[in-house]
Ligand binder design. Structure first.
Ligand code: C2E
Ligand code: CA
Ligand code: CA
Length: 558
């Protein structure tokens, strides 16, 4: 440890050490000469003192230094140093040459050892400050840079940007880990070309970069950020395939650094979180962001209370069998009635819960409510399976399959009463684990649907390995299937793909009759959407279902 620190200190102060050490070692050698001479000559033991400056020189200056000082030491105690000062008897040439050779060897060896340690430490230091895959500096290097700026107290405009890759999970799963390194490298090169200040790119995480920029005077931050965003939006070629990486940025600007470096990083991170929430390319940190982050934390706290206080409930939306008009099942969708803020949509509170372990309680609540509802409706002659939405974190939790089985057993139900809706994104987090969990659940006859199908990347890669019963084609394709021919083609391809694999296709977001007719033509199996019914409270659904007398037709006018 002490040696490590000494070498690091030497590396840092190399110039100063050289300037000081050379005269010091020469003086030391001179002193050894004087000592040997004064004590009677080379035949006495003091000549060995010459090892001290030679070893020191190797240690300080490496192999070359060791060689030079070894040679010098040999010469100093060589032709000019008598064997015995009293008798003036001089040394044989072979005698001092042999000693000189020995000194040179010692200097060389000590230098070699010192060089070895130094190069090892330099490598260690490099690895502690760089990402080996892309060779970009890492988070530690960024912190060093920020500390350096803080210490210099330089007055300039600084910009710290955190860049994250939104599609990283899907990309990794579709193309392997290399694709992330490649995109990071390519984007770093693009960023570096934007010459509006001194810019350094750091890879702070597997899927993240940080840009630290000292802006040239007169450069507008907005202009620069817009340029960074523009190059991020362009596709990244990977094995000749153009890839959209969905790069998002959160950034903070400052002049002199008044707070600790970590604070600025946190601020840029907070802005990044909000950029994701608001589906923006880039967002600057400001008082609004601070408020949003604080509000999110508050909401999360209130959600815990909401669970206990009965403010959460489930609404149910029917899915209809297009060919027969029978109601196939219902999807349970969570509702939060907040005493002050009114109804908070699940799009707002579910993503927040997903960021914490609260999602486990939320999903357990949804499963519990849904299965209780199956039992209750049965008493009214309504026998329908209920679909519950499952988040990525639930799927990865080791106790999840057992929890599902326990809830079914508690209500005396078989797996047929439950469908689980899992998004493509959730499957992507850990495909192997997802296959394991879903296979376990499918063995109990619980059906699995892939939600938001078509919005992920690698649909085809894993589809055949999963025990899926349904794919739910994302609303975006369904809703625009008539207006946009490309969306229509995707819809058609997804239905035919599902059928070829023996899977049923569900179209969600069916809002009008024409789309329903199109689905019928395309042999889509199941439809869900406002055309059939909006999500309803349990009681309202019961009334709706009983009034329907079991069948629904898209063709309202028929
Ligand atoms: P999702 O699973 O894709 O659910 C479908 C969403 O589309 C629901 O929104 C539903 O009300 C809405 N929808 C259904 N038909 C139509 C239509 O014809 N047109 C339009 N424009 N929208 C339609 P909702 O209830 O606001 O839920 C939003 C998202 O929140 C859900 O998307 C799901 O991801 C999540 N979510 C809701 N409840 C739960 C839950 O209990 N657990 C989990 N993990 N997520 C939930
Ligand atoms: Ca769903
Ligand atoms: Ca969906």
């Amino acid at each position: 440890m002490v040696a490590t620190r000494t070498f690091q200190w030497l590396d840092r102060h190399e110039r100063a050490v050289r300037i000081f050490m050379v005269p010091f070692l020469l003086i030391l050698m001179g002193m050894v000469y004087a000592l040997v001479y004064e004590t009677g000559g080379i035949k006495f033991v003091y000549s060995h003192s010459m090892y001290i400056p030679i070893l020191l020189s190797g240690f300080m200056f490496g192999m070359r230094g060791g060689l030079v000082f070894g040679l010098l030491g040999g010469l100093i105690l060589g032709p000019f140093m008598p064997i015995n000062v009293a008798t003036h008897e001089m040394q044989d040439t072979s005698n001092w040459l042999y000693r000189t050779g020995f000194f040179v060897l010692i200097g060389f060896l000590s230098g070699m050892a010192s060089d070895g340690v130094r190069s090892y430490l330099r490598k260690l230091r490099w690895f502690s400050r760089h990402d080996p895959e892309t060779k970009l500096p890492n988070q530690n290097a960024l912190l060093d840079k920020l500390i350096e700026i803080a210490n210099e107290k330089r007055d300039a405009n600084f910009l710290l940007v955190i860049v994250a890759m939104g599609k990283a999970m899907e990309l990794k799963s579709a193309f392997g880990f290399n694709v992330i390194d490649e995109i990071i490298q390519q984007s770093a090169q693009r960023f570096e070309k934007i010459a509006l200040g001194k810019l350094s790119v750091y890879r702070t995480d597997m899927e993240r970069m940080a840009l630290f920029i000292e802006l040239d005077s007169g450069v507008q931050v907005d202009y620069l950020v817009e340029k960074l965003a523009a190059v991020s939006r362009q596709a990244f070629p990977f094995r000749k395939i153009p890839i959209h990486a969905d790069l998002r940025m959160g950034y903070v600007t400052f002049r002199t650094m008044e707070a600790a470096p970590e604070i600025y990083m946190q601020q840029a991170e907070s802005a990044l979180v909000v950029a994701y929430e608001q589906n923006q390319d880039h967002i600057a940190f400001g008082p609004g962001i601070r408020r949003t982050v604080r509000d999110n934390m508050k909401t999360l706290g209130e959600m815990i209370h909401a669970l206990e206080a009965g403010q959460l409930s489930m609404h149910y939306q029917p899915k209809v069998n297009i060919a027969t008009g029978e109601i196939h099942s219902v999807e349970a969708l969570m509702r939060w009635h907040h005493p002050e803020h009114g109804n908070i949509p699940p799009d707002v509170f579910i993503p927040l819960a997903e960021q914490s372990t609260l999602i486990h309680s939320i999903t357990e609540f949804a499963l519990e409510q849904a299965m209780q509802q199956v039992v209750e409706w049965r008493q009214h002659g309504i026998d329908l399976p209920i679909a519950v939405n499952v988040s990525p974190r639930n799927l990865l939790h080791p106790g999840f399959p057992d929890l599902v089985k326990q809830i079914l057993a508690r209500h005396g139900l078989q797996g047929e009463s439950l469908e689980l809706e899992v998004t493509e994104r959730a499957l992507m987090v850990d495909v192997a684990r997802a296959i394991e969990v879903l296979t376990d659940l499918a063995a109990t006859s619980v059906s699995i649907s892939i939600d938001d199908f078509g919005t992920g990347f690698s649909s085809l890669q894993y589809l055949y390995r999963l025990p899926i019963s349904y794919i739910k084609i994302d609303q975006s394709f369904v809703r625009s299937s008539l207006a946009d021919t490309r969306a229509g083609h995707i819809l058609e391809a997804a239905i035919s793909l599902a059928h070829k694999m023996g899977i049923k296709a569900i179209a969600e977001g069916v809002e009008d009759e024409k789309v329903c007719t199109l689905l019928e033509t395309l042999s889509c199996d199941i439809a869900q959407g406002y055309l059939i019914s909006r999500p309803l409270s349990a009681d309202k659904f019961k009334d709706w279902y009983l009034a329907l007398e079991g069948r629904f037709t898209c063709h309202v006018t028929k």
